[in-house]
Design a protein around this ligand. Sequence first.
Ligand code: NAD
Length: 398
Amino acid sequence: MLETTHSLIKKVGKQLGLSDKQIADVLKINAEHRFEIELDNGKKFPAYRIQHNNKRGPYKGGIRFHPEVDLDEVRALATLMSLKTAAVGLPMGGGKGGIVVNPKELDKEELEELSRKYAKYLAPHIGPDKDVPAPDVNTNSQVIDWMLDEFESITSDSSHAAFTGKSVGRGGSLGRDTATGRGGVIVLRELLEKLGRSDKPLTYALQGFGNVGSFFSLSASQLRPQWTMIAATDSRGGIKDFDGLDAEEVNKFKSAGGALKDYGHGKMITNDELIGIKADVLVLAALDGAVTNNNMAQVQADIVVELANGPVNDEAYEYLTNRGVIVVPDILANAGGVIVSYLEWVQNKENRRMNEIEVNKELERYLARATTQIYNYSQKQKVSLKEAAVAIAIKRLI
Ligand code: NAD
């Protein structure tokens, strides 16, 4: 993933006529914090916080708890965050954190201790004007609340602006939960409008009915009721129904802890089948590397939305783009999360609250503007949407 991110920056940097020094500046990581967290019971976990670039504002980026977290992946995700915040015009930089852990194997007390120790170690290096972490895969507002509490108990800061993605009671923003999924719907809607396809009915298949994926489907059913979800999966597979799956019902089922394959309506499918399903749009909301040279030829959709970070690898991206498939790049498609994180940070710093309507309106404004800029650039320069987004970001970073 790091190699893919770097080669993309180098390629676009060359298209922009940048010098090797300027490209090296964009690639450069400012600081790396690598440490080990030891719980009182002796269990040990490697942990990272990578601070890539803060030219435009404090580092910003999520914290992932996952057994496959590795340093290069965190470096890549931190770099992508700098590109993302720049591409959508936020005055923030890019960072990312992670702990190599399977949180499902920890009880609640262990999870709290792990979260608090992570924040305690990083306390000298983060803060409202330095680095503002947020949730990512397997972390949620509870984890962030523990981290914030720990941070504020050992620093003099009480603004709650050191972390975003907090619970609303602890200074979190309304609309943050839904922001990434909702943002994906807004970006897709804006693009379809530019392509002259907004009035047509549309089917989509969704890989990864988790936090982001579930809110994509719920927001789509609210904002674009003419879109039909015909398949959805989680890590154990899922279901398809060409008559349409009801987002709210599927969501209720998932919230109760069920695996999608046991949903009971439609036909069971594997994750492999989902990639090749006949739908207008394939929405990838699980993890990176979902579409690679192993399965890229199976894709039948003519639009692929990268709602996760890096779900389409380099080779597959090029192959699909050459085939005329529009791949909506992650740094645009999933930027809704960081946009509302930024709004949360602003609310904390200014000690005010926005209601959900105001938050959603601002989210729309940022994403509609970014989508238009990126689309126009790609048309004018005859490059893919990803190259356009990266070009706009790099120009803002140098
Ligand atoms: P999550 O853990 O809530 O959801 C991930 C979902 O993917 C789960 O339902 C899991 O079962 C499923 N999954 C895992 N492997 C799968 C596979 N092989 N096939 C199908 N489904 C699979 O995580 P999330 O917060 O929804 O994040 C998903 C992606 O979105 C990540 O790449 C994350 O970095 C990215 N992202 C998240 C946010 C955010 O606000 N949470 C913001 C930007 C980007």
